[in-house]
Each structure stands twice: as C-alpha cells, then as structure tokens.
Design a protein around this ligand. Sequence first.
Ligand SMILES: Cc1cc2nc3c(=O)[nH]c(=O)nc-3n(C[C@H](O)[C@H](O)[C@H](O)COP(=O)(O)OP(=O)(O)OC[C@H]3O[C@@H](n4cnc5c(N)ncnc54)[C@H](O)[C@@H]3O)c2cc1C
Length: 497
Amino acid sequence: MADTVWVLGDQLNRRIGALGGIEPGDATVLLVESGAKLAGARHRQRTHLVVTAMRRFAAELAEAGFDVDLRSAPTLADGLRDHRRAHEPSQVRATEPNSHAARTLMAREGVATVRSDQFLCHPSEFAGWADGRAGRRLRMEDFYRWQRTRLGYLMDGDEPAGGRWNFDTENRRPPPKHANPWPDPVRSRLDEVDRSVLAEIGPAGFGADPVGWWPTSRRQALARLRHAIEVVLPMFGPHEDVIVERSWHVAHTLLSPALNIGLLLPDEVAEAAEVAYREGRVPIASAEGFIRQIIGWREYVWGTYWREMPGYGERNALGAHAPLPAAFTDPSATEMRCVSHAAEGLHDRGWLHHIQRLMVFANLSTLAGVEPKAVVRWMTDSFVDGDEWVMLPNLIGMGLHADGGQMATKPYVSGGRYLDRMTDHCGSCRYDPTKRAGDDACPYTSLYWDFLDRHRARFAKNARMAQAVRGIDRISDLPAVKARARDVRRGLADGTI
Ligand SMILES: Cc1cc2nc3c(=O)[nH]c(=O)nc-3n(C[C@H](O)[C@H](O)[C@H](O)COP(=O)(O)OP(=O)(O)OC[C@H]3O[C@@H](n4cnc5c(N)ncnc54)[C@H](O)[C@@H]3O)c2cc1C
C-alpha cells in the first residue's frame, strides 16, 4: 500500500509542497477532474485551460515514471473516495489547497496537508507581518518593502536598487495617439489533447473557444515567461493604466493564468526580471514595477484572502443591491463603447488587463451599486485566471470598496473624464464624458456625482475624498444629474443604455 499525493488543478508543479522532493515509486499521484466543473458555467477557455493542463501534467509525471491516477468523478470528494477504494493508500496527502473550500474538504476527508510553498509569503508569515503592525493600516507598499528586504529582490545591500523603492511616478502615462508598439503575445497551436478536451466540454460554459493564448503545459508556460521578460518587460510600466482598442494586451505579460495554476512559480518569474535588469536589458522602472506586481500585489492579495476568510465574500459595506448590468455578459446590451469593448474581449479571450477590470467593470459596478456577490460570481465565472483567493481581495477590497475601506483608503471611482484621458473609447462613443445630465451624458459621469451624493456622509471625512464630495455643492443641476443616474441604473439592468 503506497502513499498517495493528491494534486489539485491549480497546483500543477513538481516543485511545490507534497510533490516537492518525491521520486517515482515514493507515492501514487492522484488528479481528479471534477465533472461538475467541466459542465459548469465558467468561461470555456478556463475549463479548457485547467483540464488540458491537468492532463498534460499527468502525462509528464507518468513519463517521468510516476504511478498516476487521473480520474473523472462528479465531484472532487467522489474522485477521492473512488481512488481510496481502488488503491487503498496507507495515507493521502496534499499540498495545502489555495481555497478555503478545498482546505475544508481536505480536513473533512482526512487528507493530510503539507505546507504550501507555491507563494512567496505563507499565510502564517503574512499574519506575522500584519500582527506586528499593531493597529496600523496593512498597506501594500509597506508589505512590498518588507518582502523586498526579506527576499532580497532588487536590493543593493540594505538599499533598494536604483535608489528608490517605487518608480510608479514614471508610469501612468496616457495612451500614445496612434502608435502600436506592443508586441504580439505568444500563441500555441492546439493539438489532439486540446481538441479532445473541447469535445468533452461540448457546448457548456460561456465565451469563445480557445485559440492558443493560454499555456497548458510547463513548456508552453516557460516560452511565455521568456517572451514576457525579453520582449514585453522592457516596455512594462509607462502604459500600464491605458486602454486602447488597437491592442488587447498593451504591455501586460499575460502570465496570470500560468501562475495561478502552478505552471509558473512567482520566484522564478521575479528572478528572471531581476536578472534582465542586472544585465542591463530592462530599465529599473519596468523591472521594479513588474516585481512589485509579483512579490507585492499578488502576495498581498493572497495574504489578505487568508486573513479575511471565511466570510470575506459576504461583505457589502456600501449596501449595494443592484443587479449585474446586462452588458457585462452581452456586449450588444449597451452603447457604452468602453463596456461593450471590454465585454467583447472577455467573451473572446476570458482575460482583460488590470485597468479594464478596475476602471471599466469594477468602477461601473461601484458607481451603480451592484451587489458585490453578483460581481464576484460573474467575474469568477468569466476570467481564465479567476480564482477565489485573487478575485475576492481585488473586488471586495480594491474594486468595490465592499470591505468599507480596509484594503484601500478610498473607493476606486471615477467619472467619464478620467476614462477619456486613459482610453481611446470616448471619441467613438455615443455618450459624452463631459456631460453629467441629459440623454447623451456619459453614464460614468452621471453615476459618479450621484454616488458621491448618496455616500456623502460616509466620505465627507475621508481625507482623500473630501474635496470630491465638496464638489457636489458646486453642482447647480444636481436634481437633473440624479434623475439621469436613475435612468442609467435602470438602463444598465435592462440593457438599454
Ligand atoms: C477587479 C479585479 C479583478 C481581478 N481578478 C483577478 C483574477 O481573478 N485573477 C488574477 O490573477 N488577477 C486578477 N486581478 C489582478 C490583475 O488584474 C491580473 O492579475 C492581471 O491583469 C493579469 O494580467 P497579466 O498577467 O498580464 O498582468 P501584468 O500586468 O503583466 O502583471 C504581472 C503579474 O502580477 C500579478 N498581479 C498584478 N496585479 C495583481 C493584483 N491586483 N492581484 C493579484 N495579482 C496581481 C499577476 O500575477 C500578473 O500576472 C484582478 C484585478 C482587479 C482590479
């Protein structure tokens, strides 16, 4: 009776946790494909990504000499029980799972867990950092500097490389008028494995079929990493916050799907960026900005998830109860150019860059008062990289202000003028970002003033919001703006705006 190591679909790496250090013959490796997930409502490219990557990983392990049990079952628990019946393992162990629900399942089913090193900061280390701050805010920037110092990325002795911790002021530039300097992403040709997975998925789920953007093996993921470091990273930063119709990816690395299922690990990604900087191939502002995303934001979000679970997904500090806008799932249900463009991209690829997620979708959801749970459910189902640990902090904390300001001191809200500055949508849109009332007023602009007015009491004493809140008093047509905001909310719900 050999031991079993159970590997979940987002832990596909030989280096981590329970798989780390074991050799063929030491244990049987179990992977369970859950039928419920295969037939679920998620984006077809997400289902395809995870199932195909699991099958390729199982094949790689078998080729390396491991005894592999890759099985399908209605649920993960069913698969485990079937495996136990067939193999009678003396013990089943697994790397600590990446979701609260899976950890509960492991405990319930008597699976021993091995500490996870899939992230750079274990939740217990994050708790140690957070507890040590005794009542002070848990700022990402403080966490990031702590990570840099203790892990040694971009450090020259005790000092940050380049003499500064943060080069963000050199980023945030508006989009160039016409140029399209951003390199095409790597694409893989689909093979027999891809095609058989797609045939099994059938018509289930949402969105277009994959065309090869998302890597489904370690080899494909490493090719994306090389491209990201050598070709994309030198341009990373200046246009991090722009949206242009001529490029769906701009200078983003597209690494999140591979990172989130374990095909890449954060240390190798951050190290590759550091080497490129040290060898003079990447400017410090780009290397620093990127490493901040990997060892800062990503790990901060991971630590926040575990600190706030369970119950994090229930937060709704702004008392938002509006339904999900129809256009989020149907691009033809709106004439707002930025929203229909983002919804089309989501349908086609299951991926949008950070600013579309934040400035277009989360911003509109907060302004219109959409129920946080509905936004979380829709985004989790719609994105190829949508995992609960990353979705909840980014939405409940950062995007929707549903935690009441615990993670971000102010809500991420803006009217149409800011969208006009950072995107190239407004010129071809039927709505005018400078107008706040009337039928052609940009919905973001009308909703922005209405939001500030509705939450005036809450934000008047917020140092970062007070000036904006005072601005309402200078608006002479507030009743007309609020009437327009009511129409906009109705139009978002029924798909007529
Ligand atoms: C409302 C909202 C929802 C989001 N949902 C997800 C999600 O479901 N899954 C997901 O992986 N990311 C999510 N993010 C974070 C971020 O938008 C994506 O990680 C990023 O767009 C992925 O594209 P990229 O790999 O090209 O990123 P790049 O811009 O190239 O950044 C490099 C890497 O940094 C990491 N990173 C950067 N910002 C964050 C962040 N805020 N949180 C976590 N990791 C970060 C990612 O691993 C990313 O691959 C969300 C952000 C927002 C505002």
